[in-house]
Design a protein around this ligand. Structure first.
Ligand code: F1P
Length: 595
């Protein structure tokens, strides 16, 4: 949820920390701060608001060692006092933290009894005080002792005035160490490091790294540990806006590439599917897909894809709901879908499934992310870094993996398999066609901003697509949007339909088309404006809908990829018209690392 950065080397830390923090703002942006050390003195500046605002007020904090933080509040409102870094009583130790310390009230009470002075309402503040309490023979020993007393989840970076080193520790929250030449870096996520290095070490749970400008020493539960570094496959350009006004628009435009790259990873140009890391030797396994938000909606599309390819043994569940359920039977394939690979609810659910004997498969975009160390099998989507909080290209890439698993698990003949693969290659071109004419969607998006409620409907495989579309309207345009399978309207929602409740209907051709037309007529009879998404050349629809957005012809099975592109663009333009902070929606964060 929060973003952590750290630097130790021969350059001034402040500009590096600020630049890195800006690349992590998608993780939280309600307050921020940095601390540096120079000549044994700690310099601190923190405030409410985003990094650009902090930058305007920030004095020059000298020092070639420093830590920084951008926050998504959990304990205590966004305020300068609650912003990180937090300090011990004597301003000798500074800590930034991502996660939740579950036993902080207990620790805080005891530390106060022992005379420690607390300033904030955060759970984090117990950490510098605990380190202070155990400080005898230096910072490394004190940090190692302090973390043993923390329950909950955390990634922390610690700075002390006495020795020139950075110490980081992790438990169930991400943190990576970036390796430079006579300098080293720390960050919650890769985009923060891309300006400086492409070599990283992913820490494991219960690791502590002791970092100087020359070396990185790691211990695991007190014992020395070796962690090999890896090369980051992403380029810096991919984490920049590249001339687009927002990351979200850029990422929607990268959708054809995300589809193509993900496909190319598992399907050579002329061949069949290879290298899909899924359990072998199981006939007709029970499959349960788990995810949150967009990733969960992707899993719902999987259900329809599998069904259409003749495989019914698949279900989906919201990860945070699965946690409270009785779970799964031994041997079930449990597929955890998570773009970031760090979503706490999905990780928790997957862990539970694994403990119950499930065969776990992770679908993720982030190499080395926590889920890749948890699951038995890993399937990477190749979407490139996704910065905007609202998922777009990762959703499309997740769908591609769904098609490939379905084609592998269902007993489809080679003709069907080749046909679907050809359709998937073609759909990237069709999505590009939509993007080339994206501006035409602007007037309809503007029209939608006139209303405070919006309904979206579809039937069959496009039902999860309207759920995902509605999520985009809520997340970035702050328009209340509800999605329904069209058949459900008459079971309740019709009571809400009026002239001021527009309905966006996906009416692209498939076996549900006629029923969908009937639903549209029923809606029109209740005078709600209908905006239909239909295949180009569809004359029927023009007669009944108020507005029609035409999409290029694709096979119904792959239509979620074209239809979601239209909904993403509509939500984007609506948000833009409303002047919303599109990449950084209020109260949200991209990487939800708290359960
Ligand atoms: C899941 C998710 C995203 C959503 C937002 C919050 O993330 O719900 O779908 O857009 O970013 O988190 P993930 O598990 O796919 O990383």
């Amino acid at each position: 949820m929060c973003g952590i950065v750290g630097y130790i080397g021969y350059k001034q830390a402040q500009p590096i920390l600020l630049k890195s923090l800006k690349r992590l703002e998608y993780r939280g942006y309600d307050s921020c701060g940095i601390a540096t050390i120079k000549n044994g003195e700690l310099h601190l500046f923190k405030d409410k608001g985003r990094i650009v605002e902090l930058e305007k007020k920030l004095p020059q904090l000298d020092g070639k060692t420093g830590i920084g933080h951008t926050r998504w509040a959990t304990h205590g409102e966004p305020s300068p006092i609650n912003a990180h870094p937090h300090l011990d009583c004597h301003r000798r130790i500074a800590v930034v933290h991502n996660g939740i310390i579950e036993n902080y009230l207990d620790l805080k009470r005891r530390l106060i009894e022992e005379g420690h002075l607390f300033l904030s309402e955060t759970d984090t503040e117990v950490i510098p005080h605990l380190i202070e309490k155990y400080y005898r023979r230096g910072l490394p020993e004190a940090v190692s002792q302090a973390v043993n007393h923390l329950s909950g989840s955390f990634a922390i970076a610690v700075l002390g005035t006495v020795s020139r080193e950075l110490i980081v520790a992790r438990k169930e929250n991400p943190i990576v160490v970036g390796l430079g030449d006579k300098e080293n870096f720390v960050a919650s996520d890769i985009p923060a490091l891309l300006d400086y290095t492409d070599r990283v070490i992913y820490l494991e749970d219960d690791d502590i790294a002791f970092i100087t400008s020359e070396e990185v020493k790691i211990t695991h539960r007190g014992q020395p540990a070796i962690r090999n570094w890896q090369v980051i496959p992403w380029r810096l350009e991919e984490a920049k806006k590249a001339g687009y006004e927002h990351f979200m628009l850029k990422e929607i435009h990268e959708q054809p590439q995300a589809i193509r790259q993900t496909l190319a990873t598992y399907v050579p140009e002329t061949g069949t599917i290879t290298g899909l890391d899924i359990p072998r030797d199981d006939t007709e396994p029970n499959i349960l897909c788990l995810g949150c938000g967009s990733s969960f909606y992707a899993s719902l599309v999987y259900g329809y894809i599998f069904d259409k390819l003749g495989y019914q043994n698949i279900k989906s569940q919201i990860a945070s709901e699965f946690i409270h359920s009785s779970g799964v039977k031994d041997g079930t394939w449990v597929i955890g879908i998570t773009q970031s690979g760090e979503t706490a609810d999905t990780l928790k659910a997957l862990k539970k499934a694994k403990e119950q004997g499930a065969k776990t498969i992770a679908i993720t975009n982030v190499i080395g992310s926590t889920v890749t160390r948890l699951a038995d099998h890993i399937l990477y989507i190749r979407a490139g870094p996704e910065i905007s909080v609202a998922a777009t290209k990762s959703f499309a890439a997740q769908l591609i993996i769904g098609y490939l698993i379905a084609l592998t698990v269902a007993s489809v003949d080679s003709y069907t398999r080749d046909k679907v693969l050809t359709e998937l290659r073609t759909v990237a071109i069709r999505v590009k066609q939509i993007l080339d004419e994206a501006d035409c969607l602007n007037p309809i998006a503007t029209l939608l901003t006139k209303y405070s409620d919006l309904f979206l409907i579809a039937r069959g495989i496009n039902y999860p697509v309207v759920l995902e579309g509605a999520l985009k309207f809520k997340e970035i345009a702050y328009i209340h949007a509800d999605a329904y399978p069209a058949g459900e309207l008459k079971h309740g929602p019709f009571a809400l339909l009026r002239e001021n409740t527009p309905v966006v209907a996906i009416a692209t051709p498939d076996e549900t088309y006629q029923s969908l037309l009937t639903s549209i007529k029923e809606i029109k009879a209740r005078s709600s404006p209908v905006i239909a998404i239909a295949e180009e050349g569809d004359k029927n629809i023009e007669q009944i809908a108020d507005e029609v957005l035409f999409t290029p012809r694709v096979e119904p099975l792959v239509s979620p990829l074209t239809n979601i592109t239209i909904l993403q663009l509509l939500a984007y333009y609506a948000a833009k018209e409303r002047g919303c902070a599109i990449d950084f929606p209020v109260n949200l964060a991209k990487s939800v690392t708290v359960p």
